[in-house]
Design a protein around this ligand. Structure first.
Ligand code: FAD
Ligand code: NAD
Length: 463
């Protein structure tokens, strides 16, 4: 068997693994990365990027169909718009391909050795990689497990045929006439909204009493309203029970059995860590349920073995995985680092979008803070109005003694791009006065952040 000796071995080239490898390369660490699929992992190939591409296509199509229906608020007209989904998927695949090449180029620039194959631990310092042309034994001083996650399947609704995962949904040849979505979380609602705009009759089945339970109800209500306007039926407190010919069988909140006719059934009930084929039984790792337990340096219970990204649990977000990857590379290089982030912003790319950074009012109170909250509606923001996006608001949560900002949330069209400002304010330890005293360019959605801060201070200007 071929043998490679290196300082750092990374298993998985998703956002966690490839960022770790790029930073390690910059630091001159002799690094090997193993990937059994495509460079970029779930995020780049079947997650963040392709889903946002399809969401964009759906938004463009919605503008045309609204105009064609004579419902454009500002006089647009269009005649019989059509969508060629196969062409849209090909456009999405081209973006993914360009990004695959980008990651490959960045890894090569950092002199990272890429092994295409399946990695399996022999012990904490030795991994066997099965490639197309044979097996390679890699001995490393440090190993990073960045193997990510995969969609959870329901035993009574296994993937196959018309029961599809998010991966399948992103590569359909045509828009399903009727789409049943099981799970009203991130993926179910992002993709459910997109398919509703593309013309599917969408029904969402969510087991809990409301959609997007991760976010507070003030943030999710505008999303629920717009789903209703799009004709999406949302059944909360309902559970999927199985599949019948051309239909999803469910139990509704009041205990009734019901069949939902569907051409495709999209199951999006969470993601599970991808650990099954890693040979973890050869190691002695403390686990946190199904996830790998880590400390504040992403260290596992075995010296020299680190874990980052989705395999370490919630929040399963690409930017968290990347930040962990960058940190671990620096730790392996001997730099003094530990996880010291104040917040990991989260965005749901529904319509309207939701952003949450730091603590919500309820979370801040539960953490023992005495708080003041300022909320400013987009209905009083000129930029939002001129984009036909009056729905939603920005909310600032600050502790009331020093006015230190603890959290910022927003719901509204295009608010995802404000997440950088929200995260920066919290990381920099901004106070309400800092945000209120910063000139925010006019006309922008960001002015609502300044106004929300002014409102918390008791003197908003435009409301
Ligand atoms: P992954 O990206 O899952 O990468 C792990 C890699 O490891 C994979 O390429 C896998 O092939 C490889 N691997 C696993 N085991 C082995 C092995 N034994 N040997 C070799 N290779 C192995 N997050 C956001 O922040 N924003 C979004 O908008 C967003 N949208 C999403 C939309 C969808 C539809 C989905 C499914 C996910 C989305 N996510 C989003 C979540 C995001 O994709 C993940 O949080 C992120 O990919 C996690 O990165 P990772 O590096 O931990 O793992
Ligand atoms: P999720 O955890 O966001 O939502 C799953 C939903 O399914 C929950 O609301 C849950 O109550 C419901 N559910 C579970 N079992 C059910 C059942 N039997 N019947 C009906 N409902 C059921 O999971 P997801 O949407 O699959 O996404 C997985 C992960 O991917 C997310 O947690 C997130 O970390 C990541 N993601 C992030 C983004 C983003 O950042 N914009 C987008 C997509 C995915």
């Amino acid at each position: 068997m071929e043998e490679i000796v290196c300082k750092l071995l990374i298993i998985g080239a998703g956002p966690g693994g490839y960022v770790c490898a790029i930073r390690a390369g910059q630091l001159g660490i002799d690094t090997v990365i193993v990937e059994r699929g495509k460079l970029g992992g779930s995020c780049l190939n079947v997650g963040c990027i392709p889903s946002k591409a399809i969401i964009h296509v759906a938004e463009e199509y919605e503008v045309l169909t609204t105009a064609a229906a004579g419902k454009s608020a500002f006089g647009l007209t269009a005649a019989s718009p059509k969508i060629d989904l196969a062409k849209a998927v090909a456009w999405k695949d081209e973006i993914v391909h360009r990004l695959n090449l980008g990651v490959s180029g960045l890894l090569r620039k950092g002199r990272v050795k890429i092994l295409h194959g399946q990695a399996r631990f022999r012990d904490g310092k030795t991994v066997v990689v099965d490639t197309e042309i044979g097996s390679t034994l890699v001995r490393a001083e440090a190993v990073v497990i960045a193997s990510g996650s995969a969609p959870v399947a329901l035993p009574f609704l296994p993937f196959g045929g018309d029961v599809i995962s998010s991966t399948d949904a992103l590569s359909l040849g045509e828009v399903p006439k009727r789409l049943a979505v099981v799970g009203g979380g991130y993926i179910g609602l992002e993709l459910g909204t997109a398919f509703a705009k593309l013309g599917s009759k969408v029904t969402v089945v969510e087991a809990l009493p409301r959609i997007l339970p991760l976010y507070d109800q003030d943030l999710t209500t505008p999303v629920a309203k717009h789903l209703h306007e799009l004709g999406v039926e949302v059944l909360t407190g309902a559970t999927a029970r199985g599949v019948a010919a051309g239909a999803l069988r469910i139990e509704t909140a009041d205990g009734q059995a019901r069949k939902i006719a569907a051409d495709k059934i999209l199951v999006t009930v969470g993601r599970a860590p991808a650990t099954a084929e890693l040979g973890l039984e050869e190691l002695v790792l403390d686990m946190d349920g199904r996830f790998i337990r880590i400390g504040e340096r992403c260290e596992t219970s075995m010296r020299g073995v680190y874990a980052i990204g989705d395999v370490t649990g919630e929040p399963m977000l690409a930017h968290r995985a990347m930040a962990q990857g960058e940190m671990v590379a620096e730790i392996v290089a001997g730099l003094p680092r530990a996880w010291d982030k104040r917040c990991i912003p989260a965005i749901c790319f529904t319509d309207p979008e939701i952003v949450s950074a730091g603590l919500s009012p309820d979370e801040a109170r539960a953490a023992g803070f005495d708080i003041r909250v300022g909320q400013f509606p987009f209905s009083a923001n000129g930029r939002a109005m001129s984009r036909h996006g009056e729905r939603g608001f920005i909310r600032v949560v600050a502790e009331s003694e020093r006015n230190l900002v603890l959290g910022i949330q927003a719901v509204g069209q295009g608010v995802s791009e404000l997440s950088a400002a929200f995260g920066l304010a919290i990381e920099m330890g901004a106070t309400l006065e800092d945000i209120a005293g910063t000139i925010h360019a006019h006309p922008t959605l960001g002015e609502a952040l300044q106004e929300a801060s002014l409102k918390a201070l008791g003197h908003a200007l435009h409301i």
